[in-house]
Design a protein around this ligand. Structure first.
Ligand code: F0G
Length: 461
């Protein structure tokens, strides 16, 4: 293998067996799952690239820390340990744990919605963030640069905000109708694409000039910082932590699904820079929704593991290997002509299903069709990030069209090897070569909110 990809900066101390079941069985299981791989049993999956969320491997230091969990209901020692790490990394005054990212979203986002007709603006809302914006009675507006929609075009920071559009939206709606600007780093839905420091600064400056709060959705803030260090001029001599801290300094609130760059299986973070009133409101909301403010849905041992994981997630050696693994898979696919969001991002390779299956319209979910074909071909579970996930427009109830119809091959942290990724690449390439046979899908059951998790479907003959 090419030396350009950094080998694993760890050795393996414990293994979890996985197995590949026969293709004939996979065909039946997928049918029983309503052509929705979310309904598959994990033991029927060979290589699971559904998500990088909570699926990573913990280090020996994290497993060691677990034993030190203080499970007190109130005032747990583990809370204070985690609080000191979060405060050190963010330089924020207030910290409250949550059970995971969406737990943080459900208590924090409604605090910014104080009247009818308000909107949040993000480079791109993740689906749970969008759902909580809408549940709070607001609207979610995406405002990413156009380059993001041209998957073949190289741009080092495809997650960037479109600054002109941002100003236009604020002017059109009136700044007092904007509940907040959400910096999603990295931009998950567009390919794990980073946002540059220059763009983040410009966005925050615009927000400040209108008095709009800035919220970081930082599930993958360390990966974003790594890209800044690699790709943006002036940051080569900065540590990952320093870069992350520069980003935190621009915002008012930090929400994090700790299941990603926190390197834990469960957990979430709410950190507030200095707004005591907001902190008190969130504290009031967290008790009935998530738990007492010193655990917020997390067990003491999990807070210990997160305190360690957050720091390991900022190590450059680890990040280099991680980002190289993703790039390796992307390179394998590109060499075979498979269209992907290019350059590859932080946590996943996003395969452009619209380009692969132009014969399937958006409301028959081309990317879901590719995902299903890959499971049948090689037992690899990927996930659709496209019109199935986007759902319906809350005003018109129509399926939402998007030029971005992706199959996301999401790489769990410290879990699979380059050889696993080679198996994945071979499977995708076979599906790609057989792409004319792919068929669209129609619902047999469609839930109203976050439908992609539990929908049932069937192929259109
Ligand atoms: N924000 C972003 C950018 C995310 O990617 C996620 C989760 C969340 C918020 C919600 O966090 O899952 O802990 O409640 N993304 C996962 C994924 C589910 O597969 O991309 P959560």
């Amino acid at each position: 293998m090419n030396q350009n990809y950094k080998a694993e900066p760890y050795r393996i101390k414990m293994v979890e067996p996985i197995r590949e079941i026969p293709k004939t069985k996979r065909i039946k299981l997928l049918k029983n799952a309503g052509y929705n791989p979310f309904a598959l049993k994990s033991e029927d999956v060979y290589i699971d690239l559904l998500t990088d969320s909570g699926t990573g491997a913990m280090s020996q230091a994290q497993w060691g820390a677990l034993m030190q969990g203080d499970e007190a209901y109130a005032g747990s020692r583990s809370f204070y340990r985690l609080e000191s790490v979060v405060k050190h990394i963010t330089n924020y005054q207030y910290f409250i744990p949550a059970h995971q990212g969406r737990g943080a979203e459900q208590v924090v986002l409604p605090q910014f919605v104080h009247k009818k007709g308000m909107s949040f603006i993000s480079n791109m809302h993740f689906d749970t963030t969008r759902a909580h914006v809408e549940l709070a009675g607001a609207r979610a507006i995406d405002c990413v640069i156009d380059e993001c929609f041209d998957t073949a075009k190289h741009h080092p920071f495809k997650g960037n905000f479109n600054l002109e559009k941002l100003k236009r939206i604020i002017e059109d709606k009136g700044s007092d109708n904007i509940a907040g600007i959400i910096l999603t780093i990295t931009n998950n839905s567009a390919g794990g694409q980073p946002v540059s420091m220059e763009n983040l600064e410009a966005t925050a400056k615009i927000a400040r000039s209108y008095g709009i709060p800035v919220i970081i959705d930082g599930a993958r803030f360390s990966e974003n910082a790594y890209f800044v260090k690699m790709r943006e001029e002036g940051y080569q001599d900065h540590s990952i932590l320093e870069i992350a801290q520069e980003v935190f300094a621009m915002a008012d609130v930090f929400l994090m699904s700790a299941k990603k760059d926190g390197l834990v299986n469960m957990g979430g973070i709410i950190a507030i820079k200095d707004n005591e009133q907001l902190f008190k409101k969130v504290q009031g909301a967290i008790v009935p929704m998530e738990g007492f403010p010193t655990y917020g849905g997390m067990s003491g041992r999990d807070m210990e593991a997160l305190a360690v994981g957050l720091q390991e997630g900022l190590e450059e050696d680890y990040l280099r290997h991680r980002i190289d693994q993703v790039r390796y898979l992307g390179d394998q696919l590109r060499e075979a002509g498979v269209p992907i969001q290019y350059p590859t991002g932080g946590h996943a390779v996003f395969v452009d299903a619209k380009a692969i299956a132009p014969h399937i319209p958006y409301d028959q979910f081309p990317a879901q069709s590719v995902v299903n074909a890959l499971y049948i071909e090689s037992g690899v579970r990927a996930v659709e990030i496209g019109s199935l996930l986007l759902g319906r427009d809350p005003d018109t109830n129509e399926n939402i069209d998007t030029p971005l119809q992706f199959m996301r091959l999401t790489i769990p942290r410290r879990t699979y090897t380059y050889n696993h990724l080679k198996v994945v690449a071979d499977g995708v390439i076979k599906v790609f070569n057989d792409r004319k046979k792919l068929k669209g899908l129609t619902f047999t059951y469609e839930p109203q909110i976050l439908r992609h998790f539990t929908a049932k479907m069937q192929p259109i003959k």
